[in-house]
Design a protein around this ligand. Structure first.
Ligand code: ZN
Length: 465
């Protein structure tokens, strides 16, 4: 079995290999906690959580670390704007981030280190760099000496001469140098003691120290959004490899960005695009399916249309599971050979796609082929109980590997989309109010949406027509 991922470092697909302890260590850069998280921030959370899940379902041991950046300029600025201490804002936003990502139902990473919990390691790493001549203290700050690290640019492919002229800064030896430690400035309400005076770490050194603490050096996969390649990840490599003279991460895996181009969206961005709001509106399964239907290295438009597609996809899968469950009530006795073949094909195509650079769209396509084969088999006849159970188990197993196991636990009402359930509720209200014209109009609209109403003893039940 060979699972390959595209590495930004080599530009090639590389085999995922565990470290010496037999564990595949995955570090993904997490959020800076100064506001609620956006649907765009959820993409790396979903991609790396599902990657870990997939590796484990394939019998490997994996450890996923997603950090929380709770010390950063943006936090100071946002806290000042709100008129509260920065530590209070960071703590509140960390809790919100946990609650918001919990809504996805993908579980938590194995470790979620905070910068505030990693200060001794950060300071020790900076100290190492100063000792090696790769960093220097200047007026309460410490800077990384970029030209002293010969491999600088290895990840982004940039040459030193083409680097953007970053903030020159009075204290820097060279404009290319970047801060590892920033001395306390006016208006900053949180600081930590260090050999260079009170202050706080730079963003890049935080990740180097947290990754090393949780996973050691030469761990398997370092991930994050493609926007982090330069300078954040370039600087992480310079710091960690500079300090240890050894490889930091083997594979650098980057997810592409979401496109928030829809005009209605951009007007009210921040409200509509909060992860919690998107999950509330569409449901966790639909949101995960939306991400899985696109390759992590493709730009992904965020639009109602895409989410409607994902919702329809989830409904097709749920309906197939329900059809299997109904068939299980009255099974037949002749094995369906075509269905048995379809199960084997789907399984093979699913794993081929996933092992080839985490090809979730191919994996989803394999699931849909299986769904189609199930529907066709049930139209042809009634497979026996054993086969039905096996097909159901196989389908739910594949869904589970993508974080979509919820689709296989088909309940009664949750298969109808929220707008249909809303019409059902309004129809009940109209009936209670004896507005029969409105009730009939709503029933017609429900039927037009592809559902059927069955009035039962516990109220109306909505099922696919
Ligand atoms: Zn990072």
């Amino acid at each position: 079995m060979s699972i390959r991922l595209h590495s930004t470092l080599t530009g090639a697909d590389e085999q995922v290999q565990p470290g010496p302890d037999g564990v595949i260590g995955i570090y993904a850069c997490g959020p800076t906690v100064y506001s609620r998280i956006h649907i765009g921030n959820a993409r790396p959370f979903v991609v790396f959580s599902v990657l870990k899940r997939y590796l484990e379902r394939r019998g490997m041991r994996a450890r996923l670390v997603i950090n929380v950046t709770d010390v950063n300029d943006k936090i100071y600025d946002a806290a000042r704007a709100e008129g509260i201490p920065s530590t209070e804002l960071a703590e509140r936003c960390t809790r919100q981030y946990m609650a918001d990502t919990d809504l996805l139902g993908l579980g938590r990473p194995d470790a979620e280190p905070l910068v505030t919990g990693c200060m001794p390691e950060i300071i020790a790493l900076i100290d190492d760099l100063v000792e090696r001549g790769l960093a220097y203290a200047a007026g309460g700050d410490v800077y990384f000496r970029v030209r002293a690290f010969p491999d600088y640019g290895c990840l982004s492919g940039r040459r030193l001469d083409d680097m953007p002229d970053t903030d020159p800064g009075d204290l820097k030896e060279d404009p290319l140098d970047f801060a590892l430690w920033k001395g306390l400035k006016d208006g900053e309400d949180a600081s930590w003691e260090s050999p260079w005076g009170p202050g706080r770490p730079g963003w890049h050194i935080e990740c180097s120290a947290m990754a090393e603490r949780e996973l050691g050096m030469a761990f398997s996969v370092h991930g994050g959004g493609i926007d982090l390649v330069f300078p954040h990840h370039e600087n992480e490599i310079a710091q960690s490899e500079g300090a240890h003279g050894a490889p930091f991460a083997r594979i650098w895996m980057h997810n592409e960005m979401l496109e928030l181009s829809d005009s209605k969206m951009s007007k009210s961005i921040g409200n509509i695009a909060l992860l919690a709001d998107v999950v509330e509106r569409w449901g966790a399964d639909t949101v995960i399916a939306y991400f899985m239907q696109s390759h992590y290295r493709s730009r992904l438009p965020f639009s109602d249309e895409r989410l409607h597609d994902a919702e329809a996809a989830c409904r097709r899968i749920r309906n197939a599971v329900r059809a299997l469950d109904r068939a299980l009530d009255e099974p037949g006795d002749a094995n369906d050979v075509a269905l048995a073949t379809a199960v084997m094909d789907a399984r093979m195509r699913f794993f081929d796609a996933m092992d080839d650079d985490f090809g979730t769209p191919g994996a989803m396509a394999a699931i849909f082929d299986l769904v189609r084969a199930i529907n066709q088999a049930l139209e042809r006849g009634r497979p026996p109980e054993g086969q039905l159970q096996e097909v159901r188990l196989e389908l739910s197993g594949l869904l589970d590997m993508l974080g979509l196991a919820g689709l296989a636990s088909a309940g009664g009402a949750d298969e109808a989309p929220p707008e249909v359930l809303d019409m059902v509720r309004r129809r009940e209200e109209a009936r209670v109010a004896r507005d029969f014209a409105e009730a009939d109009a709503l029933r017609d609209a429900i039927v037009a949406a592809g559902f059927e109403l069955r009035d039962g003893p516990d109220g109306p039940e909505v099922v696919p027509a």
